[in-house]
Design a protein around this ligand. Structure first.
Ligand SMILES: Nc1ncnc2c1ncn2[C@@H]1O[C@H](COP(=O)(O)OP(=O)(O)OP(=O)(O)O)[C@@H](O)[C@H]1O
Length: 234
């Protein structure tokens, strides 16, 4: 009996829990007689601490997949779970609340509200998540080399600072899952390297990181790369 319990404990330690699970995702767009099958039965499991890159040609479904994983969009079929909680097939308000609590989103641009300081951008995300945490905000600013830039507005930041501030906002709610869509598309090589190091570091701290990108550097930085073509995993 005691031996059995021990085995269960060992299994729990050696097999990381799936933080993000997409089961049989379908998404169709219809316009008149035209139908685009953007996702066709995508299965994806990402474990705690894993960094997964999603590659694929333009139009292969990367952004649609990320939007469904984030609960920004509803799949026509299939289920998305984050930390064991189903986020798909719920009213939009519930999806928004779950996203605020469980998920960080990082885009190529647009992560920062222009009229708010960097600090206020972070505070707003924390408030939406119901987790105000000044200590974590300061840890993020320090860790991302933004000490002293917290009172700046986005227009006052350099490109690299803005990229790091966008990441600070994406991590403000200490998300179980970080989803990024072409986060380094507009960055120079050095800043891209910096952002990828930070994403790797985040995965090392236990976040499941999923990045859709055309950049070979993202695939190199990831633990695992999956390729989409015409809405299917290859
Ligand atoms: N809102 C929409 N209405 C109709 N069709 C759409 C919509 N959004 C995406 N599509 C179509 O769905 C398919 C997948 O698009 P998606 O944006 O997910 O691809 P992607 O791999 O992210 O492309 P890119 O690398 O160019 O950003 C494409 O054929 C696209 O034209």
């Amino acid at each position: 009996m005691a031996h059995g319990v021990g085995l269960v404990q060992v299994a729990a330690v050696t097999a990381p829990a799936p933080t993000l699970e997409a089961d049989g995702l379908y998404r169709f767009y219809r316009a008149g007689d035209e139908e685009t099958q953007a996702l066709r039965g995508v299965e994806l499991t990402v474990s705690t601490g894993e960094f997964v890159a999603i590659t694929g040609p333009s139009g292969s479904g990367k952004s649609t997949l990320l939007a469904c994983l984030a609960g920004l969009d509803e799949p026509d079929g299939g289920t998305v779970r984050v930390d064991g909680v189903r986020i798909s097939h719920r009213p939009q308000a519930e999806r928004t609340a779950l996203r605020a609590r469980l998920i960080g989103m990082l885009f190529q641009s647009g992560n920062l509200l222009e009229h708010l300081t960097v600090r206020a951008n972070i505070d707003m995300v924390q408030r939406l998540a119901g987790r105000p945490d000044i200590a974590w905000r300061n840890t993020l600013l320090d860790g991302l080399g933004l000490t002293g830039r917290g009172r700046a507005r986005p227009a006052q930041l350099s490109g690299g600072e803005a990229a790091r501030a966008g990441l600070a906002v994406a991590l403000a709610n200490q998300p179980a899952v970080l989803l990024a869509d072409e986060p380094t598309g507009e960055l120079d090589r050095r800043t891209e390297r910096q952002v990828l190091d930070l994403l790797r570091d985040r995965a090392g701290q236990g976040t499941a990181v999923v990045v859709a990108s055309h950049s070979p550097a993202v695939a190199v930085a990831a633990d695992r790369t999956i390729a989409l073509a015409s809405g299917r995993l290859q």
